[in-house]
Design a protein around this ligand. Structure first.
Ligand code: EPU
Length: 439
């Protein structure tokens, strides 16, 4: 006879999954880890320093592990020291060729383009992977590198990008689209370019500012990060440093949504409240009570919810707008709303892969182009569902926590890429979630 977990494995081809018994009110305190999207940029940026950097407050997530593997394959010495610290010494680096499964498993490996072009004047890199959420071109990265004087060749047949420059020179670059990745990659390369680089129409996300702060700590001159224009005076002598990464805006937002979705009362610690304004505003509009505070050690946000969410309209936008990375978890929350919510995804072309899984839980969602119409129902019900990408995974977890009955979420390797100890953190605030492993 086939038991339930085996049946699930047969059905989903998975080895690990989360089993969630939904309907439990979340209550207590959860602490946010270091920001994924800052960490995965600052680790490659450490190559520019040419000396040892010690990074603190890094999250224990798969993307950080993958970057460690990639750097070690290049000859860089990487030690995870106590807790959440990483010591990176790039002096042993012996190649500028970065190929292999770890590179293609994630998006952020493309930051090695900027850091290695800056440091060594050459790089050969497998094209990045990452979440499948529509086309993700890198034309703005390439345009920027070329403006700095690099020769860049995109070998799409072999899935490789090559860049080299005898000397990078500062330039004025206007981005045609607001891109987090292109903004950061160009900050990295421009740090090594002679003279001034002016980047216009840049991304203003908290992790862009964090990378700029890190670059300034290693001796660069990066001004204006967090505004529309960044000025970099390149070519300075760089050096090692110790740097602590900011807390993760998206992880914090995921716990805020989870608290509201279970009609809970949760304090989310180690946040930067200004980074959370867009999500706080939308949760308040839907009926949640949000309080910001400072306990003398950490800033925190408390989320309290007592009723089904009121319907709201949400449009994803570059920071300080509502982050696309929280669109999927928010949709799961709105599935049990008391009316019709409209969600407009403007950043990525196909970030609705979670919808068909939510429908298996009873959600009433219709999608036309980039707009989803979510008609609230009293309760989602448990189902066997699978994550298609990182934030789709987070969305299904929120849905499972709020649903009646048992939900099995497969493909949790996507969730491991970006959430540290998700199960343990949720268990500590009262969730019934267990990581199941095929034995
Ligand atoms: N775009 C272009 N050309 C480019 C670059 C981007 O057309 O050269 C377009 C993209 O196709 C997209 C838009 O510009 O439509 C924004 O893309 P962006 O470059 O800002 O995204 P990214 O750098 O690939 C980062 C995060 C994503 C997050 C987005 C938006 C990392 C490693 N990834 O991606 O995070 O959704 O910014 O904020 O920082 C996640 O954490 O789950 C995640 C996907």
């Amino acid at each position: 006879m086939t038991c339930l977990p085996e049946l699930i494995i047969l059905l989903f081809g998975m080895k690990e999954w989360y089993e969630i018994t939904g309907g439990n009110r979340l209550e207590g305190t959860v602490t946010v880890s270091g920001a994924k999207n800052a960490s995965v940029a600052i680790i490659p940026a450490a190559i520019l320093a040419g000396e040892t950097c010690i990074l603190e407050n890094l999250p224990h997530i798969e993307d950080v592990q993958s970057l460690k593997t990639i750097l070690e394959q290049l000859g860089v010495s990487v030690d995870i020291t106590e807790g959440d610290c990483m010591r990176i010494d790039p002096r042993g680096q012996n190649t500028t060729r970065v190929i292999g499964p770890a590179v293609s498993s994630m998006r952020a490996s493309y930051y090695l383009l900027g850091s290695m072009l800056g440091r060594y004047g050459e790089v050969e890199l497998a094209l990045p992977g990452g979440c499948v959420i529509g086309k993700r071109p890198i034309d703005q990265h390439i345009k920027g590198m070329r403006a700095l004087g690099a020769e860049v060749e995109l070998d799409e047949e072999r899935n490789i990008i090559r860049a080299h420059a005898s000397k990078l020179k500062g330039a004025e670059i206007f981005f045609d689209v607001i891109s987090v990745g292109a903004t950061i990659n160009l900050m990295l390369a421009a740090t090594a370019a002679e003279g001034q680089t002016v980047l216009q129409n840049v991304a203003k996300e908290p992790h862009v500012v964090d990378v700029a702060n890190f670059l300034n700590m290693i001796g660069a001159s990066v001004k204006g990060a967090g505004t529309d224009v960044i000025r970099i005076n390149g070519g300075r002598k760089l050096h090692g440093c110790s740097y602590s990464v900011i807390p993760d805006q998206i992880e914090a937002g995921t716990y805020m949504i989870s608290a509201a979705a279970t009609m809970g009362d949760v304090i989310i610690k180690n946040v930067i409240p200004t980074h959370m304004e867009a999500i706080s505003a939308k949760l308040m509009e839907s009926g949640a009570r949000i309080t910001n505070g400072d306990d003398g050690r950490d800033f925190y946000i408390r989320v309290q919810m007592t009723d089904r969410p009121r319907p709201i309209n949400v449009k994803t936008l570059p920071y300080p707008g509502f982050p696309t990375d929280l669109q999927q978890p928010l949709m799961a929350y709105l599935c049990s709303g008391s009316g019709v919510s409209i969600i407009n995804e403007t950043i990525f072309e196909n970030r609705f892969n979670h919808v068909k899984e939510l429908r298996k839980m009873g959600a009433s969602i219709s999608v036309k182009d980039k707009v989803a119409r979510v008609k609230g129902i009293p309760h989602l019900h448990g189902a066997d569902i699978k994550a298609s990408d990182l934030r789709a995974g987070a969305s299904l977890i929120v849905a499972g926590l709020a649903a009646e009955g048992t939900t099995n979420v497969a493909n949790i390797h996507f969730i491991d890429r970006g959430y540290e100890h998700l199960d343990r953190k949720l268990q500590a605030i009262g969730a019934k979630i267990v990581r199941r492993v095929k034995t």
